[in-house]
Design a protein around this ligand. Structure first.
Ligand code: PMT
Length: 401
């Protein structure tokens, strides 16, 4: 998973023949999962059309500082705040001079003054212009102010000269942007997450299930993915869209969920069981729809216990770190501690499901983290905020010896 997933990148393009490489740059950034807003100077539009960059970035191109329509949408200050990184590529001698003087006479220069994001630039110009003392002085000024300058590369130039002045290739610039972001907490790790309810068939049209919406498990999948993990989400039926960039396995019953979990268990570094698995299933699901009998005849269903998926994973894939939930209506901590021991997991996330504002099907949750070393109570949070904290806590669990 790329470190650029969901990162906000402004690509500012100035006038120069290397502007044609910007199209490939946008394509690579989007492919790496970044969100890209393109800013073009009027000079840039002489070399490449805004329409091309709009199509590649999926966003309208920003060209003017004082455009009432643009300011009504994402205005220049909002755009400056939105950015995680601002890359100027190609950066012409002219823009370097204007930035060195601190000008704010167009959208690009104004953004550079207004943003707190790191500013990278990839100069591209004729080799004599690059070596000119004025450009070199501007370069020193910009470096001293914290601009990061990548390139230019040596080689044959569009004008026929040979020397320093070629814009770095798009791949190299994507790597330079990547370097701006910390190594993620779960880079190189595989996280398997179960989510949602299971359905245990009574007959072809009826089943036993519960109120799990999948929100908690899906939020964990997004957080783990955003921390660089390869995520496998095994989900019972929900109304949620499978998160992007996550391997999604849809299942119905507890037995399906067990089978899917065991199939991927060997590659899991972490197994997080957020699913509300039905503890029992009908001994036999009727092949035909059960018929209603006389009013004075009831219906007795004989149930058998489902396998405990989490406990089975602990036994069969003991290399992984296992985290379970405990859905309780009383004695939260005591029952959670019992589950920690009984299932042999490294952490139990206990939630009080008797409170309708948290737990099943709500947007918020409040949990206690139970490990062998103690209990930590987390505040009431949205499930996504909570998932971010949980992934942080889970990534801090020491590796198994
Ligand atoms: O899906 P939402 O609407 O967002 O709701 C979230 C939630 C309330 C479902 C979630 O926060 C939660 O508590 N999930 C676990 C629900 C549950 O089944 O808890 P339990 O205490 O019965 O089970 C303990 C643990 O064993 C859980 O990790 C469960 O996934 C696992 N288990 C249980 C039974 C079984 N047969 N196999 C299992 O793996």
């Amino acid at each position: 998973m790329s470190r650029l997933h969901n990162k906000h990148i402004i690509l500012a393009i100035t006038g120069g023949i290397a502007a044609y490489k910007s199209a490939e740059l946008v394509r690579l950034l989007i492919k790496a999962g970044a969100q890209v807003q393109v800013v073009m100077t009027s000079g840039a539009t002489e070399f490449i059309t805004p329409l091309t960059l709009q199509a590649l970035s999926g966003n309208p191109v920003h060209q003017h500082l004082l455009n009432p329509q643009a300011e009504a949408g994402m205005g220049h200050i909002q755009l400056a705040r939105w950015a995680d990184v601002l890359l100027i590529a190609p950066a012409s001698a002219n823009v370097m001079a204007r930035l060195a003087q601190g000008q704010a006479d167009d959208l690009l220069t104004t953004l550079c003054l207004a943003t707190h994001a790191p500013i990278l630039m990839a100069p591209a110009m004729n080799q004599a212009m690059w070596h000119d003392l004025a450009t070199q002085d501007n370069l020193k000024t910009l470096l001293a102010r914290g601009f990061q300058v990548h390139g230019p590369a040596d080689g044959e130039q569009a004008c026929g000269d040979i020397g320093a002045g070629r814009m770095l290739e798009p791949n190299a610039l994507v790597s330079a942007i990547n370097e701006q972001f910390e190594q993620s907490l779960l880079s190189g790790k595989t996280v398997v997450i179960t989510a949602g309810p299971t359905r245990e068939a009574i007959d072809p049209v009826r089943y036993l299930s519960n109120h799990s919406s999948g929100k908690m498990g899906y939020a964990l999948a997004c957080s783990a993915r955003d921390q660089g993990a390869k995520v496998i989400l095994i989900s019972g039926p929900t109304h949620l869209q499978p998160p992007e960039d996550v391997t999604f396995i849809a299942i119905e019953s507890a037995q399906d969920m067990l089978e899917a979990s065991l199939n991927v268990g060997a590659v899991a570094d972490y197994f997080i069981a957020a699913a509300a698995v039905a503890d029992y299933r009908p001994i036999m699901a009727s092949e035909q729809k059960l018929k209603k009998r006389d009013a004075d005849h009831g219906l007795t269903l004989e149930l058998t216990q489902n396998p405990d998926i989490l406990a089975t994973m602990v036994q069969q894939h003991s290399h992984a770190i296992h985290v379970g939930f405990a859905a309780e209506t009383e004695a939260l901590i005591r029952h959670g501690q019992n589950k920690l021991e009984r299932k042999g997991v490294q952490m139990i996330i206990a939630n009080d499901v008797s409170n309708t504002h948290i737990g099943f099907n709500s947007d918020d949750n409040q949990v206690s983290l139970i490990t062998a070393s103690g209990v930590e109570n987390l505040p009431l949070l949205s499930k996504q905020q909570l998932a971010n904290q949980l992934i942080l806590a889970i990534s801090n669990i020491p590796n198994k010896a």
